[in-house]
Design a protein around this ligand. Structure first.
Ligand SMILES: O=C(O)C(=O)CO
Length: 315
């Protein structure tokens, strides 16, 4: 019962099936194979990146006013193209921050204590299964948006020394937030990589952040360091990562994101013991799904009523 309103909302906004017409409209988007009244559609709620928003779709919806994204990352969208059609765009940075930060911390702890590697082994722990300590470790967070901040908050009880590096997407320092979480701003990515025991990647994927962490950056990291990526797979150079993990350049990696998603079954990353890969779990909790929907509805209603949208993405 508790799920019902949420599902109804989602179907009402995304579900073009609800807008029945007798005119079948073929479209390469699965969501649009069913008949619907194109000229009635004023808003789209993108649920886990679907439907694909391309020129063909935008051209087919003459009254579309707003698109609300169900997450914070928007690398799957051509924002210029959307703006060119006069359509407003919103995302959901607040709703996603806690659950994504939890995913990052879960990966960090699981990797530090080799939980996934040893879990199937119910024999008593052998000396060679030693992990690394997280208390008083140095955590480098690359990207201090809403998720980076929540990660820093979570580390306070572990007495981490948190160092931060902002990337292009968040060029403005948030000194008050830094103070609140006791984080030290690090002016150079190189020095963050050199100092950190755990490096957490939380930046958006943009042309500037694609392969931000490559061979050179991994070589700057400590051989005992762990790389955790909860942003987008393409921010890390995966080929360089495979070599770095095979050659002991870094200790381990924990990835919630890869490219492609999912990885082909024979991908070398899936064969390495010092890697944890989860299937882009980031925001996937029931509560977050509801909150994202609420945030999307708020934005959509604001746009349709000509009010300022709380999370408008401005180009
Ligand atoms: O919010 C997003 O875009 C995410 O992918 C979180 O995992």
């Amino acid at each position: 019962m508790a799920n019902k309103p949420f599902l109804n909302l989602r179907e009402t906004i995304t579900g073009m099936e609800e807008l029945i017409s007798q005119r079948p409209v073929p479209h390469k988007n699965k969501h649009f194979e069913k008949p619907y009244l194109r000229d009635k559609v004023q808003a789209i709620y993108l649920w886990w990146h679907k439907p694909v928003v391309d020129r063909e779709l935008l051209q087919s919806l003459p009254n579309l006013k707003v698109i609300a994204n169900s997450g914070v990352g928007m690398d799957h969208l051509d924002l210029k193209l959307i703006a060119g059609f006069g359509v407003k765009m919103a995302n959901a940075p607040h709703a996603v921050s806690n659950s994504t930060a939890d995913t990052g911390m879960a990966l960090l702890l699981a990797s530090a204590r080799r939980i996934i590697e040893v879990a199937p082994n119910v024999e008593y722990c052998e000396a060679d299964l030693l992990g690394v300590e997280v208390t008083r470790a140095t955590l480098g967070i690359i990207g201090m948006g809403s998720i980076g901040y929540k990660i820093a908050l979570r580390t306070a009880c572990l007495k981490y020394s948190v160092i931060l590096f902002y990337f292009f997407f968040f060029p403005v320092r948030k000194e008050q937030e830094e103070q609140l979480v006791g984080a030290t701003y690090c002016g150079k990515l190189e020095s963050l990589l050199q100092q950190s025991d755990f490096v957490m990647v939380v930046v958006s994927l943009t042309p500037q952040t694609r392969k931000l962490i490559g061979k050179r950056e991994m070589e700057l990291m400590k051989p005992t360091a762990t790389l955790i990526n909860i942003s987008r797979g393409a921010v890390v150079d995966q080929e360089a990562l495979v070599s770095a993990l095979q050659d002991g350049v870094i200790r381990a990696a924990a990835l919630d994101v890869t490219y492609p998603e999912p990885l082909p079954r024979d991908h070398p990353l899936l064969k390495l013991k010092n890697v944890i890969i989860t299937p882009h779990l980031g925001i996937k909790t029931e509560k977050t799904a509801r909150m994202i929907t609420e945030e999307a509805v708020e934005n959509i209603l604001a746009a349709l009523h000509g009010l300022p949208m709380p999370n408008e993405v401005k180009l």
